[in-house]
Design a binder for this molecule. Structure first.
Ligand code: ADP
Length: 481
């Protein structure tokens, strides 16, 4: 199914052959087996891709929204026709259970569908002038060439969430996917190619992150960088991008709290807390990182939670029944272990898990882990673990819960479980986060804005807000005297 060598550099409508000495291995994180070899490009390829995107810009941006829409819609159809195969590739290079991978591909296709629809709806404005001698209008125009840098945790949907709106707006693209998950990116680009995307509109460069990033940052042709990844790299891009005042959209780290109120449906709250915490083995930027439970229901909730956690199956994502696949690499596994050890050394108790999974596979697995008796000085309470670990604390009143939940440098997602509408609204309004899930832990959809505040970044993906990121509002003032 996956070829031993995969061409992964696509510039101006051509797949570059693999060059000796300029390739890198793709490894299955569940088995540590080599799956394929892909091209390892750098500054030169990135610069060529930028030139191609620049050349294609006038053609693409001058096409009508309706024409761009047709290609996006065709891409959506092609992706939906191929969900099973694409999901198997995704799981093989990234590790997540197949059911989650299928969910990701379907979600990725939804972004293409949504922005196929939005492509024809970039409306402008007519502004009533304060003087009778002028007419004023505002027209949305595409930002230009966009550099898209995407992560490995959602190697397909993070691409369509950026490229869908950018392409709908009329921008052309240089895409740099994460080094460890290039195969899913190649598949997305092949879909665009088959859908009839004109040459140079979407270009793909895999390889040296720093060099490709530098080429994007130093080029005055690349007008915007859209990035999902770590806060450190996001800050670096912002710093370096400031030389040219580059437009940036940054989806960075998070440290999501869950608040379980005393009137919550505890069964539902426990099930969804697990979904949030252990989805993609905890490697999701909106994963729950801290669980705050009303003290009056804490014991009952912890009991329900433990029973459910202990029933979770760890293993290869390709095996039926697996709930948690491997972590992406050894560093990720070491980080979870370090967070557990730090917490235990400061007095936390291990309710479930607490160690590397000792199964039959060589990959980077970690048991789903729950900690109690947690205090705020423990690293896990402030640093993103990006692994299958959740600490539980109790609270005695709503004010305390909100204060604790907001005590973070991050501001991406927060969750609250309550059966009372007024509690839901009151708490949601006070939570300092870009996305709030009320009795809902999967708030990432094509039709609504997704994005953080504080050190979780800026800009939105999804909904009409997501497309606005890729549009400049051009004001035209016409004297009619
Ligand atoms: P993670 O820790 O989740 O891998 P990163 O921020 O390191 O997050 O990676 C997210 C994306 O950013 C990946 O595509 C990665 O290759 C890319 N990246 C990492 N460092 C740089 C850099 N200096 N310049 C540009 N892109 C980078």
């Amino acid at each position: 199914m996956i070829e031993k060598q995969t061409k992964s550099i696509f510039i101006n409508g051509e797949w570059r052959p693999l060059e000796d000495g300029k390739q890198t291995d793709v490894v299955n994180p569940a088995t540590l087996e080599k799956i394929s070899e892909v091209s390892y490009g750098g500054r030169q390829e990135a610069e060529e891709a930028i030139q191609a995107a620049s050349k294609a810009f006038s053609t693409w941006s001058e096409m009508s929204g309706r024409e761009r829409s047709k290609i996006l819609y065709k891409s959506y159809e092609l992706m939906m026709e191929d969900v099973d195969r694409l999901a198997a590739i995704l799981t093989t290079e990234q590790g997540k259970p197949l059911a989650e991978a299928k969910g990701e591909i379907t979600g990725a296709a939804q972004s293409l569908l949504w922005y196929a629809e939005e492509a024809s709806r970039a409306y402008g404005e007519w502004i009533p002038s304060s003087v009778s001698s002028k007419r004023m209008l505002v027209i949305p125009s595409p930002v230009g060439v966009v550099g898209a840098i995407t992560p490995w945790n959602f190697p397909t949907s993070m691409i369509t969430r950026k490229l869908g709106p950018a392409l709908a707006a009329g921008c052309t693209i240089v895409l740099k996917p994460a080094t460890v998950t290039p195969l899913s990116a190649v598949e997305v680009v092949k879909i665009f190619e088959r859908a009839g995307m004109p040459k140079g509109v979407v270009n793909l460069v895999t390889g040296n992150s720093k060099e490709i990033g530098e080429a994007m940052l130093s080029s005055n042709v690349v007008r915007m960088i859209t990035f999902t990844g770590s806060t450190n790299v996001g800050k670096y891009l912002m710093r370096e991008g400031s030389n040219q005042l580059k437009k940036l959209s940054l989806e960075l780290g998070g440290h999501a709290p869950i608040i379980v109120c005393k009137d919550a449906d505890l069964e539902k709250a426990a099930t969804l807390s697990l979904t949030s915490t252990f989805r993609n083995s905890g490697q999701t930027c909106i994963c729950a990182n801290r669980l705050y439970v009303d003290a009056s229901v804490a014991e009952e909730f912890a009991h329900i939670l433990k029973t459910k956690v202990d029933a979770l199956q760890v293993g290869s994502g390709l095996e039926e029944g697996t709930n948690l696949g491997p972590l992406i690499n050894e560093d990720a596994q070491t980080k979870v272990q370090a967070h557990v050890e730090d917490a235990v050394s400061k007095g936390a108790k291990v309710v479930s898990g607490g160690k590397k999974w000792e199964g039959t596979l060589d990959g980077y697995f970690y048991e789903p882990t729950v900690l109690s008796d947690v205090t705020d000085d423990m690293v896990v309470m402030s640093e993103e673990t990006f692994g299958p670990l959740i600490p539980i604390q109790t609270f005695s009143d709503e004010e305390e819960a909100i204060r604790k939940a907001n005590d973070s440098e991050y501001g991406l997602a927060a969750y609250v479980f309550t059966e009372k509408t007024k509690t839901a609204l009151r708490v949601s309004e006070q939570l300092d986060y870009g996305i709030i899930g009320v009795n809902d832990v999967t708030p990432s959809v094509a039709e609504a804005p997704f994005g953080g505040i504080k050190q979780s970044g800026n800009g939105k993906e999804g909904g009409h807000h997501g497309m606005e990121e890729f549009l400049e509002q051009k004001f035209i003032s016409i004297g009619i005297d």
